[in-house]
Write a protein that binds this ligand. Sequence first.
Ligand SMILES: *Cc1c(COP(=O)(O)O)cnc(C)c1O
Length: 366
Amino acid sequence: MVSIAQKVRTGVGDIQPYVPGITDDELKHRFGLHQVIKLNANENALGTSPRALAAIRAEVETLYLYPDGGSTLLREAIAKFHGIDAGQVLAGNGSDNIIKMLSETFLQPGDNIVVPFPSFSQYNFGAHVMGAHVIEAPLRSDFSYDVEALARAVNDQTKLVYLCSPNNPTGTILKHSEAEWLLQHLPEHVMVLMDLAYNDYSTNPHRVLETPALLADPRVVTLHTFSKLYGLAGLRVGYALASEEVWNYVHRVREPFNVNRLAQRAAAAALDDEEHRRNSQQHAAVSQAYWAEQMHRVGLMAVPTEANFVLVRTGDGRKTVQDLMQQGMMVRAGFAGLDEYVRITFGTQAENEACVRALADLQLGN
Ligand SMILES: *Cc1c(COP(=O)(O)O)cnc(C)c1O
């Protein structure tokens, strides 16, 4: 008998499957709860854009038809929103899908990617699937970017350099001046992937911005998602901006219908929903201040955040997750290098208050 292990492609057995946190359904079942407070996946506390919901309802009747494989109307809406050409836009089944396509397009065994550490695990996943190595360039001890460390980590085999701003799970930003410095110091043979999933939550005037000059650099790709600010995580839709030449190659590995009908319509409608976007940004700004103040009050270190979540040092992150779970609250721990921390997504004001109270009680109990 030839085992399955002998048949699979070299390296596949070494890939660690993604382990998502416990789902809200599981948690309700396990503790007999009717309601849970879900603060573990950076979803939008205000829910989905109402305009997107209306677009989904209107589109449901046409689901027997294939979607537009080129996501034309959505890409045109995104191009208009950013003031660029539709040819510079790629749409994907979430930005996870785009990260995988970029990995499939650029990486082969022997190549490497350079990532900040700690950061988003999907970058490493894309490299592992393609048999490429991951080189981690640590953030500074205050979790700010160390662009010199990133530049030093790059070698002749480096194909992709990832940047994430604000960074998940630390909430810290890459400054525009740091992005410019990096582009000056990185070699021509790398692509620079800037994941801006949370950038609209930052109001810092120094944050990296998608200026025409930045987008004109043929190495630059920026990643965006509808999962967070627009509240469409369950639908799976994201996009990326780069030169048309990049997409000319990525299209060759793209699945023909990679963005479904509902997602295309909903995302275009969400982009048009200025009110929901403004409310979501404002909610994050208020929550950033609230969490900073409250964690200071209860004596827990919180990393200053510019996103819709906050990293808090509780001492033993996994234990905090277990303790809060018993009270029906879900937060996230288990990030590489961050055993002492939990990442808490901003909830509604009532959810935030309940979580702060629970953390304060745990503090007193220690
Ligand atoms: C949530 C998140 C995304 C979005 O992923 P989707 O696949 O679009 O849901 C992308 N990058 C980072 C850093 C994230 O935290």
